[in-house]
Design a protein around this ligand. Structure first.
Ligand code: RFL
Length: 389
């Protein structure tokens, strides 16, 4: 089989790439390890930044999202029993759109397949050959046997567990936070309009709406903790303690997902080699502290498709600059997540893991709540309005 672009992985990055290429008339084939049913039900992110939504809209990929996704403009820090609302839309002029990732994936996949896009699900043993030549070959297995796909370019969009990253070689920068988050999905209506960040001596906790009937919660836990240590009763006891405030109770419901994330980040540099270009979590992972990962995946997809289109139009410069261009926003978001992590995890923990760092984090939080210039700078990076430098 032959195509122009082989797209490996049908997450947000791969689906955005495949849709844009299809729309621009650039042939591509999408290869996905899982089944269509599986990826349409895999719950993950939910907060899409306004610039990313506008990027989808400009490419004709946001009709349903724009019609139904609620917009968020504020969050609350909660600490010492008090609510501290933070209106980032007033400061930045931009919103979050709350849209569960699996619904975005479902929309993008339907649009791609309905538009005549080619996809193979359940592929195994994906391997690349000749990425430094002008005609790389992707081999993979499916139920019918072994296949070869010749192409001009490979878009490696196969996420954190994928295979394409290893073909780039390069250097991977990794940071471990040394903390865990218990990620929970509850069949409970959101307890507040916006995100809640609970900064508490017992550890951090967060609340994020997903749908009118489902809410995501996080609880800071020791890294490597076992989900079996977290009974229904213990989870809700901690969520009430860390997030509840007078007049701001937390609504309970059955827990439908419970897993421990060891919080870490990584960035692979460069994000390309020869004719292979990485996009999304195949190249960089940012712990869900600031809800950035999906947004970065979309940014890469927008840049990669524009660069491939320019290549076919005779301009190779955007592809040559692709990695460096993506990495600007990637590192801004990494830095922001690290910065926010100190506020969330260091400022009030009792006993503090590092008393000096705890006081720095408290000073940082006070500056954020009392200085409008500091709050404005925070709001702009929180919503990703200013981050490409
Ligand atoms: P994905 O979504 O992991 O998609 C990769 C796809 O590649 C497939 N695959 C392969 N296909 C073929 N061959 C192989 N060898 C393959 N290996 C893997 C996989 O099956 C999959 O379909 O990566 P992508 O596209 O880069 O998208 C990244 C986002 O999924 C991720 O950054 C976000 O989910 C991160 N994230 C959040 N991001 C936000 O912007 N806002 C949020 O609110 C937010 N919340 C979250 C999150 C991630 C979470 N998890 C997974 C830790 C909440 C959680 C709990």
């Amino acid at each position: 089989m032959e195509t122009r672009v082989a797209v490996i992985g049908a997450g947000p990055a791969g689906l955005a790439v495949a849709n844009v290429l299809l729309h621009r008339g650039i042939g591509c084939v999408l290869l996905e390890a899982e089944s269509r049913e599986f990826i349409e039900q895999r719950p993950r992110a939910g907060f899409v930044e306004e610039w990313a939504v506008r990027g989808l809209e400009a490419r004709g990929l946001a009709d349903k999202l724009l019609a139904v996704a609620p917009r968020h403009s504020t969050f609350e820090f909660r600490f010492e029993g008090t609510r501290h609302p933070f209106d980032y839309t007033e400061l930045s002029g931009q919103h979050h759109f709350v849209y569960p990732q699996q619904i975005l994936v479902t929309d993008l996949l339907a649009q791609y397949l309905d538009g005549g896009g080619e996809a193979v699900f359940g592929v195994r043993d994906v391997a690349l050959d000749g990425i430094e030549s002008e005609r790389p070959v992707v081999t993979y297995r499916d139920a019918a046997g072994l296949h070869e796909l010749g192409c001009d370019f490979v878009a490696g969009c196969d996420g954190a567990q994928g295979v394409t990253r290893k073909y780039v070689g390069g250097r991977t920068f990794r940071h471990d936070y040394g903390i865990g988050w218990l990620a929970l999905l509850a069949e409970a209506p959101p307890s507040a309009d916006g995100v809640l960040f609970g900064i508490h001596p017992r550890g951090f906790a967060a609340h994020m709406a997903r749908t009118p009937a489902v809410t995501r919660f996080y609880l800071q836990v020791p890294p490597g903790d076992d989900v079996d240590n977290w009974s229904h009763e213990r989870v809700w006891h901690e969520l009430h303690a860390r997030l509840g405030v007078p007049g701001g109770a937390i609504t309970e419901g059955p827990l439908v997902e419970k897993r421990v994330l060891d919080m870490h980040n990584y960035v692979t540099e460069p994000m390309s080699r020869g004719r292979l270009y990485l996009a999304g979590e195949s190249a960089h992972l940012v712990a869900p502290i600031a809800a950035k990962g999906l947004n970065l995946a979309l940014n890469d997809a927008f840049l990669l498709t524009a660069a491939i289109e320019a290549h076919y139009g005779g301009d190779g410069e955007p592809l040559a600059a692709y990695s460096a261009t993506c990495l600007k926003r990637v590192w801004q978001y990494q830095e922001f997540s690290q910065w926010l992590s100190d506020i969330f995890h260091s400022s009030t923990l009792d006993p503090p893991s590092d008393p000096f760092r705890a006081r720095l984090a408290q000073a940082r939080l006070r500056r954020l709540l009392h200085s409008r210039p500091a709050a404005t700078a925070f709001a702009e990076i929180y919503i990703g309005k200013a981050a490409d430098f």
